[in-house]
Design a protein around this ligand. Structure first.
Ligand SMILES: [Zn+2]
Length: 218
């Protein structure tokens, strides 16, 4: 089980990098395990990552197992997983447009209806704290609340989900929204969708796609 998760973790981290969401060795990914979580190692080139490089930690962050040093943001992953039982995977990036907006310490407002995918009427920005610090983990957990993504002041963004794939897809979507916000703001003040419209969008999303238990006619 853990072997498969190690490979899935590395696959997700490489995709994050290949999508341009994590330049250089920035960004990190984690996934919940039975007794704790797996997190990507610190400062390794994504192309070189192998399943063995993933570091397993207990839920409280102790008991490091593996040959590598865990990501400097292991506390961030630990605290989000502890605060959010619904989250099983976390993606943290320094993607360009999210980081640009985060440098202004602004949330991403509802400039597009897709913002509801992050769980709120806007995507909040966590207050600044030094990278890797317990304070940063606290600020991010606070900014997330019950939401699924937030920006991190002068740093980047974080997205979570029930699976590694879902967390990565949300990270890419939030980067797209940040890019749209930045581009629209070049032309003027973007229109922001109001609460009533966002409630309609949520309702529409609940009905969107294929029925989960669709049966073929017999
Ligand atoms: Zn970071």
């Amino acid at each position: 089980m853990t072997l498969r998760l190690r490979d899935d973790l590395v696959h997700t981290a490489r995709r994050m990098h290949d999508l341009g969401l994590a330049p250089g060795t920035t960004g990190n990914v984690s996934v919940r395990t039975t007794n704790g979580f797996l997190v990507t190692p610190s400062g390794m080139t994504y192309a070189d990552l192998r399943g063995d490089d993933a570091v397993e930690l207990r839920a409280d962050g102790t008991g490091r197992a593996g040959q590598r040093t865990p990501s400097s943001e292991w506390r961030l992953h630990r605290d989000i997983l502890a605060a959010r039982p619904d989250a099983h995977a976390i993606v943290h990036t320094h993607s360009l447009f999210c980081t640009t907006v985060a440098c202004l310490r602004r949330p991403i407002p509802a400039i597009h209806y897709m913002v509801v995918l992050a769980g709120g009427d806007e995507i909040p920005c966590a207050d600044y704290a030094t990278f890797g610090s317990p304070e940063l983990a606290t600020q991010v957990v606070r900014a997330l609340g019950p939401g699924h993504a937030c920006l991190m002041a002068n740093h980047g963004m974080v997205a979570l989900g029930p699976t590694l794939d879902a967390a990565l897809r949300l990270a890419a979507e939030v980067e797209s929204l940040a890019s749209q916000y930045w581009h629209a703001a070049q032309l003027g003040a973007p229109h922001i969708l109001d609460r009533d419209e966002l409630a309609r969008v949520r309702h529409r999303f609940a009905e969107y796609g294929q029925p989960k238990r669709a049966r073929r006619p017999t």
